[in-house]
Design a protein around this ligand. Structure first.
Ligand code: FES
Length: 144
């Protein structure tokens, strides 16, 4: 005669608990790591490091990206001389990318384009890229 008592399988129960625990930890890591990475502030040392670029390193048509106080800045050589711009798009703040072939900055978020001196060419923006003050001493550009 068959028993109506539930059969206890401690091995299967332990395996299910381990599996659920592993999935929980994996899910928390999958969500937590990007959130913590996004919220993490730049280190003070990196934020305070001054931007210095030798002028002979700047070539016409090329741009240098650098970090200053947690923001990306762009250093470039124009026909009028060196120029430093904020990389933050004036629409919603995405970082613009330099298109070497067309010599324009393109915003990957909503398609704005800026000329090589930061002027607005197209897109949902009304203001040019912000100019950042700088000094030149002994052939080196310092972002101030
Ligand atoms: S953030 Fe650059 S176009 Fe919207």
């Amino acid at each position: 005669m068959a028993s109506r008592e539930p059969i206890d399988h401690p091995g299967r129960r332990a395996a299910c608990k381990a599996c659920i625990g592993g999935l929980t930890v994996g899910s928390m890591a999958g969500v937590g790591f990007p959130v913590i990475s996004f919220l993490r502030l730049p280190s003070r040392a990196a934020a305070d490091r001054p931007v210095e670029i030798a002028l002979d390193q700047l070539q016409s048509g090329q741009v240098e990206y650098a970090q200053q106080r947690g923001q990306q800045v762009i250093v470039l050589s124009t026909a009028e001389g060196p120029l430093v711009l904020s990389a933050a798009c004036t629409h919603l703040g995405c970082n613009v990318l330099w298109d070497t072939a067309d010599r324009v900055f393109r915003c990957p978020c909503h398609g704005a384009t800026f000329g090589e001196t930061g002027e607005v060419l197209s897109g949902p923006v009304n203001a040019p890229l912000k100019r950042i003050p700088f000094e030149i001493k002994d052939g080196t550009l310092f972002v101030t």
